[in-house]
Write a protein that binds this ligand. Structure first.
Ligand code: GRF
Length: 190
């Protein structure tokens, strides 16, 4: 299966997925890493794995529609079959969704439907809940609303500061995302 990973920033999730692909734990090929920021650190990680890296920014286009058209063209050019969002900080537009129905996957750092949006970890921490976690879901037109594929809970201890919670969440993400992608790819192939 030909996968594209879309990421905006650091790329720690990209890295664990790329490593799992390299170790053949995921029966897929990452044919493209795309970032909507030319200076995103994830692109450095992509080069290290010798994966094709492309980037362009929304501000280089007249509007969001043209940006998405360019992105869709890129995905077609690389013959991408599955789109994996790993810290991609943009809403997916309707043309892209239509081109990849149930073929776009996202990871969110909270137990959806609780704490959707940009600050899932901080919002859960500030709400004072005892438990939050990680969700992997198919992307639809809403913000973090698509069908849930997998979830894993993380306990928030009274002694945890926000940084502790972020660390715990990222550890769970790094286990869960490669595992779930391996299963999805396997199911698609059988
Ligand atoms: C992760 O916490 C992910 O859940 C969220 O954005 C963050 C990306 O981290 N969507 P990284 O860039 O993979 O390190």
């Amino acid at each position: 299966m030909r996968i594209a990973i879309l990421a905006s920033g650091n790329g720690s999730n990209f890295e664990v997925i790329a490593q799992a692909v390299k170790e053949k734990k995921i029966a897929a090929e990452i044919v493209l890493l795309f970032s909507d920021h030319h200076d995103a650190y994830v692109l450095e990680r992509g080069k290290k794995f010798k994966i094709a890296c492309e980037s362009f920014e929304l501000k280089e286009f007249p509007g969001k529609k043209q940006y998405e058209t360019a992105l869709l063209d890129l995905l077609k050019q690389y013959e991408v079959e599955l789109v994996v969002l790993a810290g991609y900080m943009r809403i997916i537009g309707k043309d892209l969704l239509a081109a990849y129905p149930n073929r776009i996957i996202n990871i969110h750092p909270a137990l959806l439907p609780d704490f959707p949006g940009l600050h899932g970890i901080k919002d859960a921490y500030e709400a004072g809940v005892k438990e939050t976690g990680v969700t992997i879901h198919y992307v639809d037109s809403g913000v973090d609303t698509g069908p849930i594929i997998a979830q894993k809970a993380v306990q928030i201890e009274k002694t945890d500061c926000l940084f502790d919670l972020e660390t715990k969440i990222h550890q769970v993400e790094h286990q869960l995302y490669p595992q779930v992608l391996a299963k999805i790819v396997k199911n698609e192939r059988s």
